[in-house]
Design a protein around this ligand. Structure first.
Ligand SMILES: Cc1ncc(COP(=O)(O)O)c(C=O)c1O
Length: 556
């Protein structure tokens, strides 16, 4: 009898262990093979990465370029210095003042280029970080230089800066009588909530001060209502800078309740299908442009990068995800903080034809003021259970529903119903695809080694040959009068009201910048060298830096 009990216990324990091992294996298989898919390893390895920098000579020939090419590059950088630094004394002075107090600016300045080049570049070329006015599609710096805006203000600018100036001015007017009174709601809140319910197709709304906060709240609600502990995000996707949605490099705090799975993969669906601890899945539709890859910043652009958007394939993937989430009681969250209102009036849900349980909006939706919004199914948005008074999901915030933000939002939500704005969505994708094709044709005609890939009005520059210097292109674009965010050429964001004339001028400058960069020798490439060779060389440099060895070779 006693033996029987022991054997039964042992068998049960074995079954449990086997079950846990199978679940763990499934989870491992559902991770993307890149480091971005293995956040813990990425963090550990990142800590081992040694710093090394190129001196004023190596800066120009780190790819083994001959002396003549290095001299061409040097002359090119001197020209950029004149245009971007010496001709901009006011911007330089103001930026220096800012740098003394804002570590954030020091960070973005440092990380806009690969670290090996950072110090020498900083000694030779400093770019201004101050803007004083905007008009039409252009932004003016402190020295009066106008540049076409390709930064899109991190995605906020969907309809053009004049549109947002009107929303804010209108908002200030409407909120003036109440002022910054918090607690009681401004009447605009009711109409905003009704309009957002209509747009999202969901039942209830909450207001926050940033996209990060909105995502935090969506995840918290999902955990509260499902009584589960974990969230799923897809490899490479950005959902704000809150720890749990940003495991890995950049977040010093562990994120033990996050599974990062491979995007658009059956193995990920299998994990959702079988685990019982998953409260929600976060989807950032921007990832459709580069599934499983992080934001394509020039700071990490050391060889090439890829991007490809297939609307049908991504839509089909979302439909499968929807189906599994519904079956498994997992909350599907569309994080439309970036893409909401950009792809279609009904956002990514309408664009891909898939309905989420919770949707977050942000960036543009308060007419240019800081905002985060959660829209959701009635049952998921409740903050307490009437039959369990101690069991609540607390989420508030001093500035939630701020009168000025709410009135600017009211103005935004009214203005986007204007026929001129509604018309912008007609044939939107076809228009932006044709525009990208036009630019690519011009680049192709001149044999230039770069192309753009787009998800509607969000573009990324891809390079058709390997090089260690593609990141330099951001400075040529700037010098040609095109303004980018610190992320650089990996993310060009157009407002959807860009006129054909403005865009034609942007293309002329873009192509001119590429010609100048080529003529200055930055795209020189030793015959037969491919991206693997460059990566090998990089690894060699890193090992040499780590273990104190010397590397040097040059193609004469
Ligand atoms: C998809 C997505 N979610 C969340 C956020 C965070 O929004 P915020 O910067 O307003 O906190 C961002 C910001 O870029 C985003 O793109």
């Amino acid at each position: 009898m006693y033996t029987e009990v022991l054997v039964t216990g042992a068998v049960a324990a074995l079954v449990l262990v086997a079950h846990a091992a199978r679940a763990r294996l499934r989870l491992s298989r559902a991770k993307h093979r890149s480091l971005a898919g293995h956040s813990r390893w990425a963090r550990r390895l990142a800590k081992l990465l040694p710093y090394y920098g190129f001196d004023a000579q190596r800066f120009f020939d780190s790819d083994g370029a001959p002396a003549a090419i290095a001299a061409q590059r040097k002359a090119g950088l001197a020209t950029l210095r004149t245009r971007l630094q010496l001709d901009c004394p006011q911007s330089q002075a103001l930026t220096a003042r800012l740098e003394a107090s804002l570590p954030d600016l020091a960070f973005t300045n440092a990380y806009r280029v690969p670290f090996q080049y950072r110090q020498t570049l900083g000694e030779q070329l400093r770019v201004g970080a101050v803007a004083v006015s905007s008009h039409g599609a252009q932004i003016r710096d402190a020295d009066g230089h106008d540049r076409y805006d390709l930064s899109g203000s991190y995605g906020v600018n969907v309809f053009g800066y004049e549109f947002y100036k009107q929303c804010i001015a209108d908002g200030v007017r409407r909120a003036a009588a109440l002022g910054p009174v918090l607690g009681p709601y401004h009447p605009a809140v009711a109409s905003n909530a009704e309009r957002l319910r209509e747009i999202s197709g969901l039942d209830a709304v909450s207001f926050h001060m940033s996209g990060t906060e909105a995502v935090m709240q969506a995840v918290r609600l999902a955990c509260y209502h499902t009584r589960r502990t974990h969230l799923v995000r897809f490899c490479g996707a950005y959902h704000g800078w809150w720890g749990d949605v940003q495991p890995g490099i950049g977040n010093p705090v562990p994120a033990p309740h996050t599974y990062t799975l491979e995007d658009m993969a059956d193995t990920a669906l299998l994990v959702l299908e079988t685990r019982r601890d998953i409260a929600c899945v976060l989807v950032n539709p921007l990832q459709a442009l580069h599934p499983n890859a992080p934001a394509p910043g020039d700071g990490s652009l050391l060889t090439t990068r890829g991007a490809h958007f297939d609307r049908a394939a991504y839509g089909a993937w979302l439909a499968r995800l929807r189906e599994v989430c519904t079956r498994r009681g997992i909350v599907l969250v569309f994080d439309e903080v970036f893409m909401g209102f950009r792809l279609a009036a009904g956002g990514a849900q309408a664009y891909f034809g898939v309905t989420a349980d919770l949707v977050t909006y942000g960036k543009t939706v308060a007419g240019g003021l800081p905002i985060g919004v959660v829209c959701g199914r009635h049952d998921l948005m409740q903050r307490y259970h009437p039959d369990r008074p101690g069991d609540i999901c607390f989420a508030r915030g001093t500035f939630n529903s701020h009168p000025y933000v709410m009135t600017a939002m009211a103005s935004f939500l009214e203005r986007i119903q204007h026929p001129d704005i509604v018309a912008l969505y007609d044939g939107l994708d076809a228009r932006w695809n044709a525009r990208a094709a036009t630019l690519n044709q011009r680049l192709d005609d001149l044999g230039l080694p770069l192309r753009v890939t787009n998800l509607s009005s969000v573009w990324t520059v891809c390079y058709t040959q390997p090089s260690r210097y593609h990141w330099m292109f951001q400075f040529y674009l700037r010098s040609a009068g095109l303004a980018l965010s610190w992320v650089g050429t990996g993310r060009l964001i157009f407002s959807i009201d860009y006129s054909d004339d403005d865009l034609d001028e942007v293309f002329r400058r873009f192509v001119g910048a590429a010609v100048a960069m080529r003529d200055d020798g930055w795209w020189w490439c030793p015959p037969g060298v491919d991206a693997h060779d460059i990566r090998r060389r990089l690894v060699g440099e890193m090992l040499a830096a780590r273990f104190g060895m010397r590397t040097a070779d040059r193609h004469e």
